[in-house]
Design a protein around this ligand. Structure first.
Ligand code: KG4
Ligand code: ZN
Length: 390
């Protein structure tokens, strides 16, 4: 089955072509083409992601990403698509809210043809709704031309499956044991998800305010670092650790670490960082020390709550996913600490290039839900859903 996957939930525009052989979860996936355009440079100017800026950039980048993924796959057919006037009118209608996209797509189709696609997997939530709509509408337009079925795909299911992909078995998902627990840590989410089987998700805890990635980014901003600050905090914290630098000031709080539930809160930590900085302009070394103190606090809370959930639910597999799972210290600390206290629990972390948003994970999640895909003629009702849950 040839899958075209599309991801536009936040600030990455990503398109992949993936060939799945076999049924989920035992399929193998050959990544034929994988294109990704990051909007970070644009959002840096504003210090964060504005949904309507993201939407405009997705509309610009989608056709080039489609072309690039097709080229890499060697599936781009160098002759025009047979487009009727009616097709063009319909494409224009479907993409009427996505500035310029209908014209880009029609020009592309007047030059090239698409291969036979079996399934289009498109992220329809959670995420920034205006950004999600661009991908969803684009998927509908491609379905009109290719007659492929469409799966509206959950971004968080994508993060979970990305962490299992190509780590234990080449080009396939790891054959995990249940019950499994997923710790999802991204720019918009911090959640603990209990999985009793493939596709069976139950949220047992979440943040009550900021997501972990958001806390990283806001802390970075307070220290005068560029958006998204998560990766740079990680780099600076590692420098402080390597050089054994002392804490910046007093120990930062570990919010909700002792509560009986599996919820989190990171806005108090962010305020504590703000108060610690006060009116000081931090030196480079002070930034490194504060980055380390912040990262220590975050990781300690995440590990403590995760271990509690592992014990309560007799978890056999821990899956960590989402952009913050790219963090080196977090990866190292979870792995070593779990080996100390829970050596029977298998831990899965995504390959670094699949930690942050990408479209490979959307193909995996789309394939997982392929049975519920809509026929090309019935895609009109698919909507973007910013608050979609697992
Ligand atoms: O999953 P993701 O790419 O997008 C969302 O779905 O939100 O996650 C992005 C988040 C950002 O907050 C970013 O700062 C954070 O992941 N992040 C990191 C690292 N790399 C990305 N945080 C800490 N350390 C990193 N190395
Ligand atoms: Zn994400």
């Amino acid at each position: 089955m040839l899958i075209l996957s599309i991801e536009t939930s936040c600030d990455e525009t990503a398109v992949s072509l993936i060939r799945a052989t076999g049924d989920f979860p035992n399929a193998t996936y050959e990544i034929l083409g994988n294109a990704l355009h990051s909007q970070i440079d644009i959002h840096k100017e504003f210090g964060g992601v504005y949904p309507f800026v993201a939407k405009r950039e997705h509309a610009k980048a989608l056709v080039p990403m489609l072309e690039s993924a097709l080229l890499e796959s060697e599936l781009l057919e160098n002759h025009p698509t047979n487009l009727t006037d009616n097709d063009k009118t319909k494409i224009t209608e479907i993409l009427s809210r996505e500035e310029g996209l209908a014209d880009f797509l029609i020009s592309f189709l007047e030059k090239y043809s698409l291969p036979e696609i079996d399934l289009i997997a498109v992220t329809n939530g959670p995420g920034l709704e205006p950004a999600l709509w661009v991908g969803v509408s684009f998927a509908k337009a491609i379905a009109l031309i290719t007659k492929a079925r469409v799966t509206p795909t959950n971004h968080m299911e994508g993060h979970i499956l990305a962490s299992l992909f190509d780590v234990e078995v080449d080009n396939a998902l790891a054959p995990i044991k249940f019950p499994a627990l997923s710790l999802l840590i991204s720019g918009g989410h911090t959640e603990l998800i209990l999985m009793t089987d493939w596709g069976q998700y139950q949220k047992i805890g979440e943040t009550r305010d900021d997501a972990v990635g958001e806390a990283f980014d806001k802390t970075a901003r307070m220290m005068g670092l560029d958006y998204p600050g998560g990766p740079e905090i990680g780099t600076r914290a590692n420098i402080a650790r390597m050089n054994n630098l002392p804490a910046f000031k007093e120990k930062l709080p570990r919010p909700m670490i002792n509560t009986d539930d599996f919820d989190f809160s990171f806005s108090g930590l962010k305020t504590a960082v703000k108060n610690t900085i006060g009116t000081n302009t931090l030196t480079d070394e002070e930034k490194n020390r504060l980055a380390r103190d912040f990262e220590d606090a975050v990781v300690e809370v995440l590990i403590s709550k995760t271990k509690k959930a592992i014990d309560k639910h007799q978890i056999k597999t821990l899956i960590i996913g989402g952009g913050v799972s790219a963090n080196t210290y977090l990866r190292h600390t979870f792995t070593t600490q779990l080996l100390d206290t829970h050596k029977d629990v298998e831990i899965y972390l995504p390959k670094k290039n699949l930690s942050t948003d990408n479209s490979v994970m959307i193909a995996l999640a789309g394939h997982a839900q392929a049975k519920t895909a809509r026929e090309a003629g019935a895609v009109a009702l698919i909507t973007a859903s910013g608050n979609r849950t697992l």
